[in-house]
Design a protein around this ligand. Sequence first.
Ligand code: ADP
Length: 495
Amino acid sequence: MKKKIEKILIANRGEIALRVIKTCRDLGIKTVTLYTHEDRNLPHRFKSDEAFYLGQGTLAETYLNQEKIIEIAKSTNSTAIHPGYGFLSENTDFCKKVSDAGIIFIGPSIEAIELMGDKKTSKVKMEEIGIPLIPGYHGDNQDADFLKVEAKKIGFPVLIKATAGGGGKGMRIVENEGEFLEALSSAKREALNAFSNDKVLLEKYILNPRHIEVQLVSDGEGNHFHFFERECSIQRRYQKVVEETPSPALDDKLRAEICETAVKISKGINYIGAGTIEYILAPNNEFYFLEMNTRLQVEHPVTEMVTGFDLVELQILAAQGEAFKFSQKDISQTGHSIEVRVYAEDPDNNFLPTIGRIKSIGSSSQEGVRLDCGFSDNTEISVNYDPMIAKLIVYADERQNAIKKMDLAIDDIKFSGVKTNRDYLKRILKHEKFVEGKVDTSFIETYKKDLTKEELSDETLAAMIAGAIFSENKSLDIKTSDDDSWNHLTNFRNV
Ligand code: ADP
C-alpha cells in the first residue's frame, strides 16, 4: 500500500532523533520530537518542527510510554513513527498499536520483528532457508541435565545465550563441564530479569572470531539490496566500540559470499526496510549467522560514508511502499570509513559512567569528518540514559588515512567539561594490531594492558605540550552537529 509520509514523530532522543530530522528536512517531511525534563535543553527538541514534553519520570513513563506517544502522534497528525534504535524499535506490541492507530511504523513487518527478535525462532528459520549456523542446540528442551549433555556434544568452550537476549545479557561462556550448571542458572536468572523469559540456547564458543555484519535494505515492492559489510570486532562486554567498513578481513570472494547470504536471508523472510545480518567470522574464514537486527543500527553512518546512500531516506521510501530506483550494481564501496563511539565514562576507573555539563564539544576542520551527537555546548549528561554521547565518523580514501584522520578528529572533538573515553579510543586506534587490521572480538580483553593509561614520560609530555601549542594556533571554528558536520552527506541524494 503506497502512502506518502508527510510528518514523522520520532520516538527517540539525542543523536538518532537528530539524524532522522536531518533526512526529513532534506525530504521536506515535518518532524515531531519528544523530550523529558532532563532532555529539555537538548538540540533534538529545538531542531524538530514540533516538540512534546513527556514530563519527568522513568523511561517507562516517558520515552517508552506507548499510549502517550501514539496519542501525540495522532494529535499532531503524524503519518508515521520512526523509532530510531533501542527504545521501542523492536517492540511488536508498539508496532501493533501504531498500525492499529492508522500510523505507519518505519520498520519491517511485525512478523519479521517477531521472527528475528528471538534467537531461537530466527535460527530455526535460517536452517529452513539453508544459512550456516554456529554448531549448537536451540531446541525447546530446557532441562538442565539435558542441556549439559548437549553442551558436551557441542564440545567446550560453549556459549549459553538467552533466546530473547540482546546487549550481551543472559550470555555465559562455559569453559568446561564442571562449570556448566552454575553458569546455566546464572544465565537464566539474568535472562528472566532482563527479558521476562529464561529460555536459553547453546552455541559452540568460537575462539578469536571477528564480528562482521551486512547492511540490508529492502524496498516496498520486494526488491532486496545489500550495502556491504561493517566490521565491529572491537567490542567491550559484547558492546561495539569501533566500527569500520570495508572490513580488512574480507577479500572480494568472501565479501560477495557474505553479502549474498544476507540478501538470501532478506528474501527468505520477505523483509521490508532496513535490517542488519550479524555474523561471526571464524579464523578459518567460515562464517555463521548470529542474529538479525530489524532496525537502523548505531553504526549505520560508516555504510552511508562509503556507499553514499542515506539509509534513513531508504527506510522512509520503503515504509511508503515505494520501489527503489537503483539496482544492486549501483551500490559500491568507495574509500574507507571508521566510527568510534564516544562514551561518557572513565576507562581508567573501571569504565564508570560519568556525568556533567559539556562546556564545549569542539569540531574538526578536516574534510570527511562527521559528528553525530545529540548534545550541544552547555548541555548536561545525565546518568539516566545511555552513556554513548556521540559517534565520530571519518571518511578517507583508504584505511590508514582513515585511522590518521580519526586520531586528529578525536583531538578536535574535546567534550571539555566531561570525562569521556577519547584517550582510550586513541589508544585503540594507535595499537599496532588495530593498525594492521589484525583484530578479533577479544582485542580489548587481550590488549587490556596496552590500552590502559600509561605513565607519561618526559618526552611524551614535551611532545604533548608542543602539540597543544600547535593546535592553539589552528583556527578552530566551533560547529554543532546539525550544520556543517553533515554537509559531506549531500551526495546521498544523487542515486
Ligand atoms: P546480543 O544480541 O546479546 O548482542 P549476539 O548474539 O549478537 O548477542 O552476540 C554479541 C557478541 O558476542 C558478538 O558480536 C560476538 O562478539 C560474541 N559472540 C556471540 N556468539 C558467539 C559465539 N558463538 N562464539 C564467540 N563469540 C560469540
